[in-house]
Design a protein around this ligand. Sequence first.
Ligand SMILES: NC(=O)c1ccc[n+]([C@@H]2O[C@H](COP(=O)([O-])OP(=O)(O)OC[C@H]3O[C@@H](n4cnc5c(N)ncnc54)[C@H](OP(=O)(O)O)[C@@H]3O)[C@@H](O)[C@H]2O)c1
Length: 317
Amino acid sequence: MSTPPLGRRLRVFIAGGTGFVGRELVVRLVRTGHSLSLITRDAGHADDLAPLSSVEVAAGDVYSLDFLRTALAGCDVAINLVGILNEPGFNGAGFHHAHVEFTERLLAAMREAGIGRLLQMSALNADAARGRSHYLITKGQAEERVRSATWLDWTIFRPSVIFGPADGLTQRFAGLLRLTAGLLPLARAATRFAPVYVEDVAEAFARALQGTATKRQTYELCGPEVLTLGQIVRLTAQAAGLPCRIWPLPDVLGRLQAAIMDFVPGKPFSTDNYRSLLSDSVCHDDGLKRLGIVPASFSARVPVWLSAARAGRRATP
Ligand SMILES: NC(=O)c1ccc[n+]([C@@H]2O[C@H](COP(=O)([O-])OP(=O)(O)OC[C@H]3O[C@@H](n4cnc5c(N)ncnc54)[C@H](OP(=O)(O)O)[C@@H]3O)[C@@H](O)[C@H]2O)c1
């Protein structure tokens, strides 16, 4: 099994390509001239991607070896972006299924299909032994599965929180602030992040597809600013022109808020999210710099779409 050479147009398999990061990456790779084999559990999730001429979408049981082998056929490289922020249950089985079992199936199918190159999306603080949440433990276990595949040329990415026009961060907080007239009881408001722009994340993946330099390397991906969660919310409010009065919750109330939200449909916040927030999500290694990417800053980029949305609302009669 070999790594694709520099500059060649590739056939790229993508799992998780229908999500926030995936869509950005699909557009980025199509623009470069690569052709894509994209899998999804539901064809409807790829309605707007399927018409792209160089994107082939397969919908079905993404955990089936047969299904994966078929979608992998003829591909040079695979990208795994599959991830969930919350599970339907509470014991970690849902995280294990999406992060670990999916990675195991993908690795098995890749080996059978003779594909020896994988770009794996993980997260900062992922740690199979010491992760603070099911999310972080299972992301760490998936990394372990990838690293222990001796036949594989892997690259692992560990971003901080990712922002962009369709993110679950600024859009969620802007939505919440609108609902609550700006009053926000916030758990773990002092936890620090280095928000990284989705286009920079997509660029990191795109660069890693070329050549062999990123083989068996792990890249932490961070933006240039370190911001507390409270600062992220304030900057979001400012950009969206919304009032903002944050009530930083002491941990005992933060835990209670999470425990209550565990039972709200769709789990907008959860005990597992709360546990992930117990550690700062900041880089110790500048992965973007190693890839030659100058990252965009949260405070400069976010107003671009949030103030445009605000102008749009004002213009609506
Ligand atoms: N967004 C962030 O701030 C952030 C930060 C650090 C790391 N990450 C990681 O980056 C990756 C992409 O994140 P994102 O924000 O783009 O996520 P997203 O928008 O929620 O997309 C998740 C993708 O995973 C697939 N998926 C979801 N649940 C699945 C399951 N149970 N089994 C198989 N496939 C499933 C979905 O595909 P279908 O529904 O079409 O099947 C979708 O394409 C994830 O691995 C995430 O953990 C994200």
